[in-house]
Design a protein around this ligand. Sequence first.
Ligand code: AMP
Length: 726
Amino acid sequence: MSVSVGIDLGTTYSAVAVMDSETMQPRLVPNREGDKITPSVIQFTEKGLIFGREAEDAFNAGEPDCAASFKRSMGRPEAYCVIDGKPYTAVELSALLLAHLKEAAEQELGDKIRDAVITVPAYFYSTEREATVAAAGKAGLKVKKIIDEPNAAAMAYGLNHWRENANILVYDLGGGTFDVTLSHMNGNGEIQTVVTRGDHFLGGRDWDDRMEKLLRDKFEAETGLAFSEDEEAGRTIRGLAEGVKKQLSSMQSVMVKTSFAGYGYAAVRVTREEFEESTSDLTERTGALCRAILEEAGLRWRDITDILLVGGSTRMPQVAAYLMRLYGKRPIAHVNPDEAVALGAAIQSTKENSGYSQLSVTVRSGKKETDRESLLSNMHLAVKPSRRLEGVGVMRLKETTAHAMGMIAVSEDGSRYINDVIIPANHVRPVKAAKAFSFYTKRRGENEMEIFVLQGDKENPLDNQIPFRYVVTGLSYNSGTLGRSIIRVQYSYDDNGIINVEARQDESRTNLPIRREPVPEDMSKYGLPIEQAGAVPEPLNVVMAIDVSGSMHGAPLVEAKKAMCGFVNNLDLSYTRVAVMAVSDNVQTVCALTDDAELCREKINSILCGQTGFGNMGHPFRAIEELLEREEGRLFAVVLADGVWNDQQTAVEAARRCNERGIETAAIGFGGADQQFLRNISSEDANAMFVAQSELARAFGSIAQSLGCGGAEGVMGVNDIDTWEG
Ligand code: AMP
């Protein structure tokens, strides 16, 4: 037999809970010392590892080889600390702690623990969630699900205080972060997160800092010492701050006594009132976030059924008092703020995961319309009185994405990089959304596509979290479309809020291999205008071959030369090179590949009728192939003809070979040209144009335009958004 547990893997404290099969209520599993919560601290000693309260005492006493607060570095690849010359990452430290918690709970329960539901802060990014799963795996635990801490707290509360159509605000103020989540309890036992927001730079530590300042000012006034230059005195005061803060949660004032080198014993009194006054702006900041959430959900304070307090810092009386002023009612802490999260995780550990929801998003010109479930529509219904749910089986949790998911894309006007949001924040997870890109693959060499996924909805890509660089590999050259392919990329948030990226080419039903790499250190170019960022378009090599047989004599040749010069003027020669050939009975390269427009126009104007013979015995495709064969980038040939070539079969075969080698061909014909032949020598029907002599310039113009808007590698054009059944 094995049991499933819920684990709150906290920054400061951790706890393990299990469902009691008799009472069908969750309960905390005491650790070896008999405590319900275990400080998340490890000490490495010669005799082995020490965990929990003993390690915390050692840490507070400044003993060496202790690791604490490592959860803050979850997901970072670098070592969190080095102990005895050995580096430890946050994942490794968390794995040691989890293994300890598992072992202690197994001993207490007399059963093996295999599966666990582990809680994480709602704001945790995908990499941090993955790291949590990895740590559990190393500790021998199978993660049944990762759930968000506020949701776990809401479940623990909901189990015994179920209210239908109730809006619960979970106010979670921990040691380093503040999170506020609006959850909705509906009529059928479902808890759904509606909106969640967080301030990751606001938490108990900020209150500690204020206490430190208060103590410093008081001790300076008392002793006449200046602590700014006295490091040791500064350390002494810092060491006192958190303890005094905690004492003021249950006392109106505290006498703080200590001694300073060179002065001796000193004592000052700090009152709760003084402390609250000096921290009122911090409490206000939490209120601002609560108001923002209400606004987002379209609710007022009176629409909130209950405020649930979670996190150690909500023990400060000022929190409840402040919320009472805003809300008009006392917030509730029916569940112990340190315990609620683990209890909720234990409830969830008896449940199964749900399936994916498909997100169909239409993205056009940066506007997003989503078919996100209308969560808010049923929020104003009457709240039924509190009751106990008939068993945990009735309760289901629907979690949402705290962060939007986007990718780095080029803005519509091509001037800068933007975050193209694919999945909005606060969408029910798991969720999938796919996007189609028009992509140009090269005939030779490795074909890869780079994707930077973003977490967040800030427009500047660099203002968001960038978890990884994804490289889609194995893209094949599609000769039928001369390299132009549709690449479909599917992005998803799984049940645990972890990102997954898959890609397919054209109509294929199989996924392409994807390599996941660390984000390059220098990403600054994505914050710069694109020209500065050096997003060099793919090189373009174009050959123009003009028929100079006898039938071109006079006006046709004059018009053709004008159109060709106009074509050269239209090209962006910063990345394009042009060559010119004359063709009739023979072929002659009049101008080799060049980016010198003047030279090219000069060579065009020097072309003479009949310079390679007056008949139509030849064709230019072999010469085109030879000229372009060793060139990189996009290869293109335009052939201008006014008559019917003698050996059409050979010309068509040579044109096809060019196409197979990645050279796109276009044909412009006028006068007596054969339309079917023009199509046969063109790489696609759209590239064959039959026009009047007066329209030659327009025909060349349209080819220049189509060359100018070709999708270049690395600069992806987003066509549309869709989903694919996976
Ligand atoms: P958590 O991250 O939820 O474990 O919360 C840890 C934070 O709660 C730390 O900043 C502690 O200083 C703070 N805390 C714990 N107990 C109290 C208390 N009695 N009064 C004030 N703050 C507390």
